[in-house]
Write a new protein. Structure first.
Length: 175
């Protein structure tokens, strides 16, 4: 085996990325305090060609050097917008026929491996605050709540880790 050089990775330019087909998934970040987490979600969203990120509440927005540190330029390739109120963003997406899924541990949540994907649907995935998670008012507006199975003592993952796991699964099942 030989490690590939960067020049061999067939990376898209930002312009090519903007014109490319996207996974029918919008990510909503609700009150994410860590700029490194925000940047990581941009980078993950670029990797799986997510259509958009909606930044809500006190979640910071680009341009910001701390976001750029982990996004590595993905804040330029992935479309994003800021909406102050997460409930407003969710309501608008539902009106646009998105299926809204909060990534949260709730009663009657669906474990990620058991989620049934529909390639005809568009999805909005809500990732919540690092400490408090997705607000109950947003969970109440959601069509589903998806939970990542965990067997350790913490039952808690960093938001960027959760985004990577969930977005990979959506990519794998919708592409």
């Amino acid at each position: 085996m030989r490690k590939l050089k960067n020049s061999e990775l067939n990376r898209l330019t930002v312009e090519q990325f903007k014109k490319s087909d996207k996974l029918p998934v919008t990510v909503i970040l609700d009150n994410i305090r860590s700029l490194n987490n925000v940047g990581s979600v941009f980078r993950i969203s670029d990797a799986f060609r997510i259509e958009k990120i909606i930044l809500c509440g006190f979640t910071a927005t680009p341009p910001h050097k701390e976001i750029h540190k982990t996004a590595l330029g993905a804040e330029d390739s992935v479309d994003w917008e800021y909406v102050e109120n997460t409930e407003d963003a969710v309501t608008r997406l539902k009106e646009d026929n998105y299926t809204v899924c909060s990534i949260e541990q709730v009663e009657e949540s669906i474990m990620l491996p058991d989620f049934i994907f529909d390639k005809e649907k568009k999805y909005a995935l809500v990732f919540g605050n690092e400490v408090k998670g997705v607000k109950q008012s947003v969970v109440d507006l959601s069509d589903y709540s998806i939970e990542i199975p965990q067997e350790g003592t913490k039952h808690s993952l960093n938001i960027s880790v959760s985004a990577g796991i969930v977005l990979w699964d959506f990519y794998k099942n919708l592409r």
